[in-house]
Design a binder for this molecule. Structure first.
Ligand SMILES: Cc1ncc(C[n+]2csc(CCOP(=O)(O)OP(=O)(O)O)c2C)c(N)n1
Ligand code: SF4
Ligand SMILES: [Mg+2]
Length: 346
């Protein structure tokens, strides 16, 4: 789709996708500095956190690089909903190759740009939690250890959404997915599994690692801009609620992301060279039940009788995050974090 000029007004609704409108009737959201890198007409579900996160992250990266940006995308919802062949919602050079190789493709682009003496052009790789933590993990670790000049962004919706909500290495304990059924002694995903991608990225001692949520879009924008100030490998892990996979209301996406941070379930922080340099403090701690109740993937915990044991275990993990990252106080060193946090940042 050709580049669209930003108009300072909107026409119509995009509930059915702007791509179905005549080109002259399409509009984009207003703001002079917004490039609408992920523009209207895509097919994400209403309230999709991944679409919101990608829109703000990529616009921010475009601003930081003055439009000199190339993106490589893993297979997943973000790729599928944005590129219904032969159309595309991306207004930048964008490539999709495979589910598992987005970090390697990003590395290749960065290497080609270096060989051509065009290091003014920057590279972003992006994918879901499955593409990042699971199938793409080897490529990502290689990208980190070579310190390739790529910002990799993981949009974490805590399961394989594009293929029907299967469990990933980022699925939190207790959550129902298509293959973690809410039955038995340990309903939903079992405790003691999964991986903490931000801490693993930090262990590579790459220049910059950060987490963000779609509840704090200015913080997300800041972290992309900050990441672009560094050369070398950088990693941004964005918490993106998924109404379809989580069984939540479309209108609750931002509220759920806010509660993930305010409960301590998802610590928001940034780290440089393997050291935490800043955390977003919890403004007013809320119990995890407020977060869990908004999502049908946890509905089995509130049936009669309720699974208070599982809820308490989830609360204990949130409390541990608060202590570990100093969300109410100071912050810890990487060895402290690793000693305490063998699993995901939930
Ligand atoms: C090698 C390979 N295995 C499996 C698939 C099928 N597949 C495509 S996307 C996907 C899940 C994507 O999950 P995630 O990376 O978390 O992204 P999301 O859709 O949740 O945003 C799977 C299993 C594939 N395309 N290629
Ligand atoms: S399934 Fe989830 S991640 Fe995929 S488009 Fe819908 S809301 Fe977004
Ligand atoms: Mg996912």
């Amino acid at each position: 789709m050709p580049y669209q000029e930003v108009k300072l007004y909107q026409t119509g609704t995009y509930a059915v996708g702007g791509r179905l409108l005549d080109p002259e009737k399409r509009a984009v959201q207003a703001r002079m500095e917004r490039s609408n890198t992920l523009t209207c007409g895509h097919r994400a579900c209403q309230g999709c956190g991944e679409a919101l996160g990608a829109r703000f992250a990529l616009d921010s990266a475009m601003r930081a690089t003055k439009g000199k940006l190339i993106a490589a995308n893993a297979t997943g919802c973000l790729e599928v909903f944005s590129t219904p062949y032969p159309e595309s919602s991306w207004q930048l050079p964008w490539i999709h190759s495979l589910f598992g190789n987005a970090p390697a493709v990003s590395t290749g682009i960065a290497a080609a740009l270096k060989a051509k003496g065009r290091e003014d052009i920057r590279v972003v790789g992006q994918g879901g939690d499955g593409g990042t933590l699971d199938i793409g993990f080897g490529c990502l670790s290689g990208m980190f250890e070579r310190n390739d000049d790529v910002l990799f962004i993981c949009y974490d919706n805590e399961a394989y959404m594009n293929t029907g909500v299967q469990r990933s290495g980022a699925t939190p304990p207790g959550a129902r997915t298509a293959n973690t059924k809410p039955v038995g002694d340990e309903p939903g995903n079992v405790f003691g599994q999964g991986k903490n991608a931000p801490l693993i990225a930090m262990a590579h001692e790459i220049p910059y690692v950060a987490t963000a949520t779609v509840a704090e879009l200015r913080d997300l924008e800041y972290k992309v801009e900050r990441a672009m100030e560094f050369r070398g490998a950088r990693y941004l892990h964005v918490f993106v609620p998924c109404p379809l996979g989580w069984g939540s209301a479309s209108a609750d996406t931002v509220e759920i992301a806010r509660l993930a941070k305010e409960t301590g379930i998802f610590p928001v922080f940034e780290a440089e060279d393997g050291e935490v340099v800043g955390v977003s403090k919890i403004r007013k701690q809320v119990p995890v039940t407020e977060y869990l109740r908004l999502q049908k993937r946890y509905a089995h915990l509130f049936k009669d009788p309720p699974r208070t044991d599982v809820i308490e275990a989830i609360q204990a993990r949130a409390d541990a995050n608060i202590r570990r990252f100093g969300l109410n106080g100071g912050h810890g060193s990487l060895p402290d974090l690793l000693a305490d946090a063998p699993h995901g940042p939930q």
